[in-house]
Design a protein around this ligand. Structure first.
Ligand SMILES: Cc1cc2nc3c(=O)[nH]c(=O)nc-3n(C[C@H](O)[C@H](O)[C@H](O)COP(=O)(O)O)c2cc1C
Length: 339
């Protein structure tokens, strides 16, 4: 049996050397509160490239200052940010990884001073700020900010852009009827709630020709919320707009009890992959090589995204290869200790 986890995967003209993706993870380490790359990021991301991860997606990076989750988030709202990203992209590429960046806006989940924005003036819960309902001008400005962010990501040399449409942040807030109560063309029926994401995708694609991923929360875990079936429709629309892969997560748009267990979100990836015939990524409590291989062998996803396991074990590709009985390339300097 061919081990699929270590087979290459190509989207457009970008080939990942294996199917292992480091999922975006906020490091909250931009200590000067200016969104800039720090030594932490240089070390953290480069280490996973040395560890042979195929694609590394840099954490949620804010397209506007008030689109940050916290003041320590990375940002890409200014040309001054480009050089820092250029540097980490080059460090990761030096070790054979492909590189991605997650472009994000926190919406009503921003924990910041000053005004925060959302489709409707409804707070996430009683402890969080009530956001301002976005005007049409706010919407247009935010779409433009995603476009500028994509332009800067291209200048920095990233191979992949992922739009953050999950976890209850701004785009997810527009998609879900739980957080979007607008009565204009951005609210109401599904195609209206989709309009904001649609405009973001078009804006990004006007300046970006490379692989484009969108991360979604395929389940709201709420009887009035969205389900994976709703996301088959959204994914079809995304595919029609030229999105290359859906990274399938869940939850976060409203408080909910979620039953988590190993691979608990893989079934949503499968639903979207089968329902839309678009490549997908599976994420969530994937920790072993066998588990990852089962997902790929059964065509439940095209890529496996790992987050916390890669914090514990930055050389997880080596760990998984040993478990699956295959040998993978080692950094030359580590050859004597890699087997
Ligand atoms: C420290 C940390 C930061 C995270 N930051 C992000 C983020 O920036 N963007 C995102 O889409 N998900 C983020 N997540 C969610 C992960 O990408 C992933 O979906 C989740 O942890 C489940 O995968 P896991 O079980 O492999 O950790 C974060 C998770 C962790 C643990």
């Amino acid at each position: 049996m061919n081990v699929k986890l270590f087979s290459p995967f190509t989207i457009k003209d970008v080939t990942f050397k294996n199917r292992i993706v480091m999922a975006p993870m906020c490091m909250y380490s931009s200590h000067n509160k200016d969104g800039h790359i720090q030594n932490w990021h240089r070390t953290h991301y480069t280490t996973r490239a040395v560890g042979q991860v195929g694609l590394i997606i840099v954490e949620a990076t804010a397209v506007t200052p008030q689109g940050r989750i916290s003041p320590q988030d990375l940002g890409i709202w200014s040309d001054d940010h480009i050089d820092g990203f250029k540097e980490i992209v080059s460090l990761m590429k030096e070790h054979g990884a492909k590189t991605g960046i997650q472009l994000a806006h926190a919406g009503r989940k921003a924990v910041l001073e000053g005004e925060i924005l959302a489709p409707s003036a409804i707070s996430f819960n009683e402890k969080m700020k009530t956001p301002k309902e976005m005007t049409k001008a706010d919407i247009a400005e935010t779409v433009e900010a995603f476009k500028k962010g994509a332009e800067r990501a291209a200048k920095a040399g990233f191979d992949v852009i992922e739009i953050h449409g999950a976890h209850g942040y701004l785009i997810n807030e527009f998609l879900s009827p739980l957080s979007n109560k607008r009565t204009d063309e951005y609210g109401g029926p599904a195609d209206h709630r989709y309009r904001f994401l649609s405009e973001v995708i078009d804006a990004v694609k006007s300046v970006w020709e490379g692989p484009l991923f969108v991360r979604v929360s395929a389940h709201d875990y709420n009887e009035d919320g969205l389900t994976p079936e709703d996301y088959i429709t959204f994914s079809q629309w995304m595919k029609d707009q030229g999105v290359d892969l859906i990274d399938v997560s869940s939850g976060g748009v409203a408080p909910a009890q979620i039953n988590v267990y190993p691979g608990y979100q893989v079934k949503y990836s499968e639903t979207i992959k089968n329902g839309t015939e678009i490549p997908t990524g599976a994420v969530g409590l994937i920790t072993t090589g066998k588990q990852a291989e089962e997902i790929l062998q059964n065509d439940r996803a095209d890529l496996v995204f790992l987050a916390r396991e890669l914090l514990r074990d930055p050389y997880w590709p080596r760990t998984a290869a040993k478990e699956l009985g295959v040998q993978i390339e080692a950094p030359k300097q580590y050859e004597r200790g890699w087997i």
